[in-house]
Design a protein around this ligand. Structure first.
Ligand SMILES: Nc1ncnc2c1ncn2[C@@H]1O[C@H](COP(=O)(O)OP(=O)(O)O)[C@@H](O)[C@H]1O
Ligand SMILES: N[C@@H](CC(=O)OP(=O)(O)O)C(=O)O
Length: 541
């Protein structure tokens, strides 16, 4: 809330037009002086933070009564919310301008801003790195993606009229790094993280400089310098508990000493052992935002995307998917975990722990209400909320070779996965058989390669007959599992009409998700038909 202080006083007719006042204000944004019918803007001569004495000059020295109101939009205010803008909201200078305008259109908020890299910069950096491995040192400067990244960032700085020097050092370092990769002919996960970090480091520097240029005092932060402490799992690191107090101390400390809108790099952290830059997995800026929300105990976490909120299904599969107005943290987490690109799979955790609402909004359409994610919602009318598709999943059918009634079979199977460090998604069991799915994309850097799969099968074959089925998809139905009979009745109706065979089904312990496994090549059609049945046909609802 803008903090307006009114006070009046009398100036001597012949006195110097300088007025001193002890106030509780730390940073004065604007001054208005009222003398009789005249109102004018006065300027602030000096502010002492230690004893909070404000000195102002005005042209009203010749009148007796002087009334001043001091509008101070930052001082004594607490940070109120996080606003995260993803690459899709920051693709160009024009978009950065609009985002800045959007932020400033909430004068009652004191936000922490979290930014991703501009547009598709992360993908381009990774491609540049891969090319550098094989192109030879002399050819690094002709890597197309490097030229693209340089051109995009320099053009953006120029169009926003901010000094190119804010990113010059990073562009030089990026080229040096690619030269190093070309020399070594290898791109390790650790180097990958350092490489992609340039995207967020540059977008935040350009944006902070622009905010300052337009008069909104802002301060840039690299997350790895302000306490984002993570595991050393490069490319997919986890935030450690120590992050919360460290981030709170950094951001709160600076804010109370000298308020300025914090502009923080999303996606990045610092490995606690290696002290090297880590990343939180693709789309990890959502997690940066919720982590800051929890660290500072903020009122709300906003993630601004290029869609009107979380939708009833992926708009790339069905363009007329509808926004979902309300979700619980559990529903959103399940949706993200099972492949909806709109939210990072781990991002709901800090928000749920701190019970801070998350709002998913559209930066291209700020009037749309978006999706509000909270701990609980009214489920009385809820049936199905959203349909999520995860492609290219590997499925294993494992049948015990032992007699019925043998114990320890499940334990043995899962210990094999544990030993091999492979995570399992969906599971359906009977006493002597297990069907389960393995997610190749869960570990961004470490796709499950054939060799690993062969090894899994080899180990399992010591105790079971194993059938490995690839190119499967998981269709997750997120909704009110209390009404699973109604949901399943409709689902099987659709599947029967479309002639689609479900190879596995799991309702598990989750109270919000029913998963179906079908062939990859039938999956999209299946999602569209299910969407039509649940969201478009009144008779089927
Ligand atoms: N259920 C869904 N609801 C909304 N968007 C979805 C869904 N499933 C997939 N998406 C995709 O997620 C995109 C937004 O996420 P993302 O690209 O990570 O945004 P940002 O880069 O702005 O963080 C949308 O453009 C949309 O194509
Ligand atoms: N730039 C990173 C992190 C991120 O969160 O991006 P976005 O918000 O654009 O999904 C990525 O592309 O993965």
């Amino acid at each position: 809330m803008a903090n307006t202080l009114h006070f009046s006083s009398t100036l001597q007719a012949a006195a110097s037009p300088v007025f001193s006042k002890r106030t509780n204000i730390m940073h004065c944004k604007s001054l208005r002086v009222q003398t009789g019918n005249h109102s004018s803007v006065a300027s602030c001569l000096a502010q002492s933070r230690s004893n909070r004495v404000l000195k102002v000059s005005c042209e009203a020295a010749s009148v007796d009564v002087l009334e001043m109101s001091i509008t101070n939009n930052q001082a004594e205010k607490q940070l109120t919310c996080v606003m995260k803008f993803g690459g899709s909201s920051l693709a160009s200078a024009e978009r950065m301008r609009e985002v800045a305008e959007l932020i400033l259109s909430f004068p009652n908020e004191s936000p922490v801003i979290v930014l991703s890299a501009m547009g598709k910069t992360t993908n381009k950096l990774l491609l540049a790195g891969e090319k550098a491995v094989s192109c030879g040192v002399t050819n690094v400067d002709s890597i197309e993606e490097l030229s693209f990244i340089k051109e995009l960032h320099l053009r953006t700085a120029k169009e926003l009229e901010v000094d190119e020097s804010v990113i010059a050092k990073h562009l030089d370092e990026l080229e040096q790094l690619l030269n190093g990769i070309a020399m070594m002919k290898e791109l390790t996960p650790r180097t990958k993280d350092y490489l992609v970090s340039f995207g967020e480091c540059m977008s935040t520097r350009i944006f902070a400089a622009y905010m300052n240029k337009i008069g909104a005092k802002a301060r840039q932060y690299d997350a790895f310098e302000i306490g984002f402490i993570t595991t050393d799992d490069f490319t997919n690191a986890d935030i450690l508990e120590a992050t919360y107090p460290a981030v709170a101390q950094s951001l709160h400390g600076d804010w109370s000493r000298d308020p300025a809108i914090p502009i923080v790099t999303g996606f990045l952290g610092k490995g606690w052992r290696s002290c090297a830059i880590t990343t939180l997995g693709r789309g990890g800026s959502d997690l940066t935002a919720t982590t800051i929300g929890k660290a500072l105990g903020l009122r709300e976490i906003q993630v601004w995307k290029d869609v009107d909120g979380v939708l009833t299904c992926d708009p790339n599969i069905y363009p007329h998917a509808e926004p979902v107005p309300y979700l619980t943290f559990d529903e959103a987490a399940e949706l993200a975990y099972f492949g909806a690109q709109v939210l990072h799979p781990q991002s709901m955790r800090p928000a749920r722990e701190a019970d801070i609402p998350v709002r998913v909004k559209n930066s291209y359409n700020s009037n749309a209400p978006g999706t509000l994610i909270t701990r609980a919602r009214d489920m009385r009318k809820a049936v199905l909320t959203s349909i999520v598709l995860k492609r290219n999943v590997t499925m294993l059918d494992i049948v015990s070779t032992r007699m019925l009634g043998q114990y320890g079979f499940l334990a043995k199977v899962f210990s094999i996965f544990e030993d091999l460090g492979i995570s399992v998604d969906v599971v359906a069991t009977s006493e002597v058989s297990i069907s389960l799915t393995l997610d190749p994309s869960k570990l961004w850097c470490r796709e499950l390669i054939q060799q690993e799969l062969d090894h899994v099968v080899e180990e399992l074959e010591k105790i079971a007959v194993v059938n490995l089925l690839q190119h499967r998809s998981i269709i997750s139905l997120i909704g009110n599992v209390q009404r699973s009979s109604l949901i399943l009745e409709k689902v099987f109706n659709v599947l029967r009409v479309k002639g689609i065979n479900v190879q596995m089904i799991s309702q598990g312990a989750s109270k919000v998700n029913i998963s179906l496994i079908v062939n990859d090549d039938e999956a999209e059609q299946c999602v569209r038909s299910l969407h039509a049945a649940f969201f478009e046909s009144a008779s089927l609802n």
